[in-house]
Write a protein that binds this ligand. Structure first.
Ligand code: NAP
Length: 519
């Protein structure tokens, strides 16, 4: 079992009791009493806290962390040892002591004596680096066990890049399966190690009580662990999916795909994969993920700035790349198949085309010969233009930077004209592919409101806010409106089909997007 552990960081007994109640209600499976948070470091208070925590019947870890390894109180070793030994005597199930202190100063004898008197209590010997990974965590792990073979080694370090997490994964994967161990990465890019601890058989992971109360950088709130990341469903064989981007914190994809997996009772979870360092970081991440088949990566969504990197990666490896993804020059979906073979797709264009055709009640043939004005010539415009040209629509690109607009028009054999000519707009469909109107500049629109006509369709790819000024004015003129969330949901549905081979539950996807963006 991997215990989902919540740290209780009470400054006094009353603070402690409030936190204890919250942690238990939230579904903590183990409690860590961070006694170094006590405002007044008294052994009697530590004992009382252990006694109260034991009444929950959850396993209790007592920790009185050294300031040098992330602890709060600036107390000397003797004071911390007094507190810890009092907690052991009061019945703590586990006692956490820094490996460095255990081996280099006077705490060892006192702790060993206390453990002899409470033989139920197990020692956790921990090592932390808040700045970087350890040089050799396997050596550190072996050193801990050689000093105390009955201890649970705990190794926690800050990941500076998501690729730093793989050393932690390897250690958990390669260790003796009967040996309890805790190996976690701190920081935002280390977050996945906190979720994957269960899949990889770690003894525990830590979750925060809520967004504000993390006792170490990168802790995920317990509600999110159990809800969005499906803690209870994770086990050794769980298949992994995720969104690769830089950044990814804002992405709706983890919420959507995890809700889909839960609805279909799939043995899979979907992670935010924050991959920095551009192409080098992306390539190294892919090599790391694909060379570890035991991690069961099943597929990736890919967002900025990695869509071209994903295409290059798949092409250089000679993997299957969907034709239109190659034409668009961007891949947003990678499926990992047998023997780690990849296939690469672009579901942005499919999402855009499905959003448009479903709202208009036509199929893609229905776009044949339609006059379409596409405003913008960036990444989204490429996908939209490719889809429209593929469906034989007559596309005119309007863009601020003429060179970019002309280049896109030449590549897809359509027309370019300047933004100023929008005043003479004649089109069946107008698509906003710029960021104009996006939060926080929601008052802006790329098209003067007076130009919309009732027989037009207006499609805004922007989805924050859902109801942009562009769409409000189009609706007021009686035009048919398609919002950006419609495209987002449909590209995610197309990804889900590729990932799982199943038809996604559209209602679930819509509910999650509605909850995140507001109806
Ligand atoms: P991008 O590659 O940076 O392109 C931005 C485009 O907007 C360029 O054509 C740029 O013109 C134009 N633009 C930006 N500010 C402008 C201004 N003040 N005046 C005139 N033109 C301006 O961005 P992207 O990736 O294509 O994303 C564009 C929008 O699509 C974003 O707002 C995003 O919300 C939306 N999006 C939606 C989805 C979805 O699923 N619904 C997915 C991804 C993105 P220049 O060429 O002159 O710079």
């Amino acid at each position: 079992m991997t215990y989902l552990t919540v740290s209780i960081c009470g400054r006094d007994l009353s603070d402690f009791e409030t936190q204890l109640e919250t942690a238990v209600k939230a579904g903590a499976e183990m409690l860590e009493l961070r006694l170094d948070y006590l405002a007044e470091p008294r052994a009697a208070t530590a004992s009382a806290m252990v006694t109260a925590a034991r009444q929950t019947r959850l396993p209790v870890i007592a920790t009185c962390r050294d300031g040098a390894e992330g602890g709060q109180g600036k107390w000397d070793c003797a004071r911390r040892t007094d507190i810890l030994t009092a907690a052991i005597a009061a019945g703590a199930d586990f006692a956490d002591c820094e490996f460095r202190n255990f081996t280099s100063n006077g705490s060892r004898k006192a702790i060993e004596d206390a453990l002899q008197k409470n033989s139920r209590c197990r020692l956790i010997l921990s090592a932390h680096d808040f700045n970087k990974p350890f040089d050799d965590i396997e050596l550190l792990y072996d050193s801990i066990l050689s000093i105390c073979p009955t201890a649970i080694p705990k190794i926690v370090y800050t990941a500076r890049h998501i690729n730093d997490c793989f050393a932690a994964f390897d250690l958990l994967h390669n260790k003796d399966k009967n040996q309890d161990a805790i190996v976690l990465c701190m920081g935002a890019v280390g977050q996945i190690s906190r979720i994957l601890a269960k899949k990889l058989g770690a003894f525990l992971t830590f979750a925060a009580m809520d967004e504000q109360q993390a006792s170490a950088p990168g802790q995920i709130p317990i509600e999110k662990m159990k809800g969005m990341y499906r803690w209870d469903a994770i086990h050794a064989e769980t298949e992994l999916f995720g969104i690769i981007g830089d950044p990814v914190g804002h992405s709706l994809s983890p919420a959507i795909h995890n809700a889909g997996f839960a609805k279909d009772h799939l043995n899979a979870i979907y992670l935010p994969l924050w991959v920095q360092n551009d192409k080098d970081g992306f390539d190294a991440f892919m090599e790391n993920a694909l060379s570890r088949p035991w991690m069961n990566f099943g597929g990736f969504s890919v967002t900025l700035p990695h869509k071209t990197h994903a295409l290059d990666f798949a092409e250089i490896k000679g993997e299957y790349v969907e034709n239109l993804a190659a034409t668009i020059g961007a891949v947003n979906t990678l499926k990992v198949g047998f023997n780690s073979l990849l296939s690469a797709y672009n579901t942005d264009y499919a999402g855009a085309m499905d959003a448009l055709t479903c709202t208009l009640g036509i199929d893609r043939h229905g776009l044949h010969n339609k006059q379409v004005a596409v405003i913008g010539a960036g990444g989204v415009a490429r996908a939209v233009v490719a889809g429209l040209v593929d469906a034989a629509a007559h596309v005119t690109i309007y863009n601020r930077t003429a060179a970019k607009g002309k280049a896109l028009a030449e590549e897809f054999r359509c027309h370019y004209t300047s933004l100023e000519t929008l005043e003479r707009l004649q089109a069946d469909i107008v698509v906003n592919c710029t960021s104009i109107g996006m939060h926080p500049n929601a008052d802006a629109s790329p098209l003067p409101g007076g130009l919309f006509k009732p027989e037009m369709a207006a499609f805004d790819t922007v989805y924050t806010p859902l109801n942009t000024r562009f769409l409000k004015e189009a609706r007021a003129a009686g035009a048919t409106c398609v919002n950006g969330a419609e495209m987002f949901i449909r590209q995610a549905m197309a990804q889900y089909r590729i990932f799982t081979g199943k038809e996604p539950d559209e209602e679930t996807f819509r509910r999650v997007v509605g909850e995140k963006l507001g109806k």
